[in-house]
Design a protein around this ligand. Structure first.
Ligand code: DAT
Ligand code: MG
Length: 141
């Protein structure tokens, strides 16, 4: 298959806890390539676009507070079946029950905060990846 792309975010807890290198290491060690990378603190406008499917959910205000609490690392990662591969590396959404061996299972904790602080975002399908890459990297056109 031709290589596909995924939008990855290392969320503010990951940057704050100095896990950027460890998380990128796992992605690169699997054989995927970084093709774009930057550090920025997201605006509420960017988050509303990114999380369009969640804006009406009860947890959304807490999610915005968490995601604007500091810088995130945004990356475009490329490789064969990279979406399935990165979703597998990440583990399931809730860090408490994410499998050992995954990024969330090994490294994320339930801190008892309002937001679910789970270290990493990865697009869940090709259409989400294309949409999210255009939001976080408009300069890639
Ligand atoms: P994922 O990040 O595994 O793709 P998602 O797209 O369902 O999960 O949700 C996006 C983010 O929203 C998730 O990383 C954390 C937050 N979230 C999702 N469900 C939640 C819930 N029930 N309570 C609190 N936060 C939640
Ligand atoms: Mg998702």
């Amino acid at each position: 298959a031709s290589p596909s792309r995924i939008l990855i975010l290392i969320k503010p807890d990951g940057v704050r806890r100095r896990l950027t290198g460890e998380i990128l290491r796992r992605i690169e060690a699997k054989g995927y390539a970084l093709t774009a990378l930057k550090l920025l603190t997201p605006t509420e406008e960017v988050l509303a676009a990114h999380y369009v499917e969640h804006v009406e959910r009860p947890f959304y205000p807490g999610l915005v507070e968490y995601m604007t609490s500091g810088p995130v690392v945004a990356a475009v990662v490329e490789g064969d079946r990279v979406i399935e591969g990165c979703r597998s590396l990440m583990g399931t959404t809730d860090p408490t029950t994410a499998a050992p061996g995954t990024i969330r299972g090994d490294l994320a904790r339930d801190w008892g905060t309002d937001a679910m602080e789970n270290l990493i975002h990865g697009s869940d399908c090709e259409s989400s990846a294309a949409r999210e890459i255009s939001i976080w990297f408009p300069e890639l056109g």
